[in-house]
Design a binder for this molecule. Structure first.
Ligand SMILES: NC(=O)c1ccc[n+]([C@@H]2O[C@H](COP(=O)([O-])OP(=O)(O)OC[C@H]3O[C@@H](n4cnc5c(N)ncnc54)[C@H](O)[C@@H]3O)[C@@H](O)[C@H]2O)c1
Ligand SMILES: [Zn+2]
Ligand SMILES: [Zn+2]
Length: 411
């Protein structure tokens, strides 16, 4: 570990050992569809170019020792997509303890327990100041918006599925827990505020979910479940979650939501049974389309990769709204992926649509309180399951196979 503070700042024996060795364990991209655990360089407050990492000075950054870092559907996109480089550290958020602070950091201190949002945001540009931290204008030289562990197209920031990670612009990006011991005790709950709970909440809020709303959520993965939890927090009257995965649908029922088994029934009929008519106020797409699905469609093998979104367009009432947290690829410059979205349905029903990367930091204060004081039980809702970082590759395999769990890697 290097940088502007002394090794004494690391404070703990394991930090000192890591520092002396200069290496750490991390989950890295190992070629199309494959993750593996490998030794990589320890992070410093000045990054050097490496797989998926751009060089820069980071006196505004801190080094965090990881307590928990999740595997996400977006990591699966990275694993199967075109933007990864072999050896690149994966992962885009973590919960941890600050072990070293840069010269320009004023608010965050060594020993702080913190949550790191998946967005890298400078806190100074027009978008960051407007709360659009998912679309920071400075943290990614190639376009607005930066994320850890997704390669140079996302800003070239090292991933977070590692024992230690660099967090730039730390005064702005870090959520610091008021009570570090409480955060450690509730690790499986607080680990969800770096990504999926804010994502589900942002989707529900931006689609106007309110007391009495009827909601259809496509996708019973961790994001769909976190979104269902958010809709419950916001007072929705009916929360229906659709999927084809029987194990995930059983879990949906067990945590108090209404499953829609799309493999064995029509969405219209299921919704009509619950709501009294085959229409909902709000639809939320927690599925998205993978690069693989888009490639298949481009090759003529699939009618439309946007199947979940088209179901939603069909089931939302006139004047209703749709949120799309599920990722849809923008395509390479000059190439528009053939998604086959039913835009005529959106237009004819005057549906309002919101989408995009979640501005996580905007919601963390209220969601940390909701999780720690308000009994949201988010760890149980998403079936959070710890697995050692050393078994990170297995967590990817199980997530990719549709296990009804949210894997939380612990070093
Ligand atoms: N907007 C953001 O900031 C943000 C943040 C986190 C994740 N995401 C994205 O959210 C999406 C979901 O993430 P996840 O971790 O839950 O992924 P996941 O792959 O674990 O879950 C997706 C689920 O959708 C189901 N599904 C597939 N087609 C369907 C259809 N037509 N109708 C209903 N269900 C269908 C799958 O069976 C699966 O259970 C991903 O695209 C991910 O990249 C976005
Ligand atoms: Zn994610
Ligand atoms: Zn910014």
């Amino acid at each position: 570990m290097s940088g502007s503070s002394s090794p004494g700042d690391l404070g703990r024996a394991d930090d000192a050992t890591a520092s002396a060795n200069g290496a750490q364990r991390a989950v890295v991209y190992a070629g199309p569809g494959r993750a593996e655990v490998a030794d990589v360089r320890l992070p410093a407050l000045e990054t050097r170019a490496g797989p998926g990492v751009l060089p820069r000075r980071c006196d505004h950054g801190v080094i965090v020792r990881t307590l928990a870092t999740c595997v996400c559907g977006s990591d699966l996109h990275t694993l199967h997509g075109p933007g990864a480089t072999p050896g690149m550290v994966l992962g885009h958020e973590l919960t941890g303890v600050v072990v070293e602070v840069g010269r320009d950091v004023e608010r965050v201190k060594v020993g702080d327990a913190c949550s790191v949002p998946f967005n890298v945001a400078c806190g100074r540009c027009a978008n960051c100041r407007a709360g659009l931290t998912g679309h920071c204008l400075s943290a990614n030289p190639s376009r607005p918006g930066a994320t850890y562990g997704m390669g140079e197209g996302f800003g070239g920031w090292a991933g977070m599925q590692a024992e230690y990670a660099l967090v730039p612009y730390a005064d702005f990006n870090l959520y610091v827990f008021a009570d570090a011991d409480q955060a450690r005790e509730r690790l499986l709950d607080v680990a969800m505020i770096g990504d999926i709970l804010p994502t589900g909440y942002h989707a529900a809020r931006s689609a106007g979910v309110a007391p009495g709303s009827t909601v259809y959520i496509a996708g019973a993965g961790p994001v769909g479940l976190a979104c269902a939890a958010a809709c419950r927090m916001l007072g929705a009257a009916a929360i229906i979650v659709g999927d084809f995965n029987a194990e995930r649908l059983e879990h949906v029922r067990s945590v108090g939501f209404i499953p829609a088994d799309l493999a064995n029934g029509s969405l219209e009929e299921i919704v009509a049974e619950v709501v009294g008519r085959p229409l909902v106020d709000v639809g939320i797409d927690c599925v998205g389309a993978s690069d693989a699905a888009v490639a298949k469609a481009a090759a003529g093998g699939m009618v439309a990769p946007a199947l979940a979104l088209n179901d939603i367009i069909g089931i939302v009432r006139h004047g209703g709204s749709i949120a799309i947290p599920g990722v849809y690829p923008a395509g390479a410059p000059g190439v528009r992926p053939p998604l086959g979205v039913w835009l005529g349905g959106v237009w004819s029903k005057a549906i309002t649509v919101t989408s995009g990367a979640t501005p996580v930091r905007r919601y963390q204060d209220e969601l940390a309180a909701a999780v720690l004081l308000g009994g949201v039980g988010i760890g149980d809702v998403v079936h959070a399951t710890t697995i050692p970082l050393a078994k990170g590759a297995e967590a990817y395999e199980m997530s990719g196979a549709g296990a009804s769990r949210k894997f939380v890697l612990t070093p």
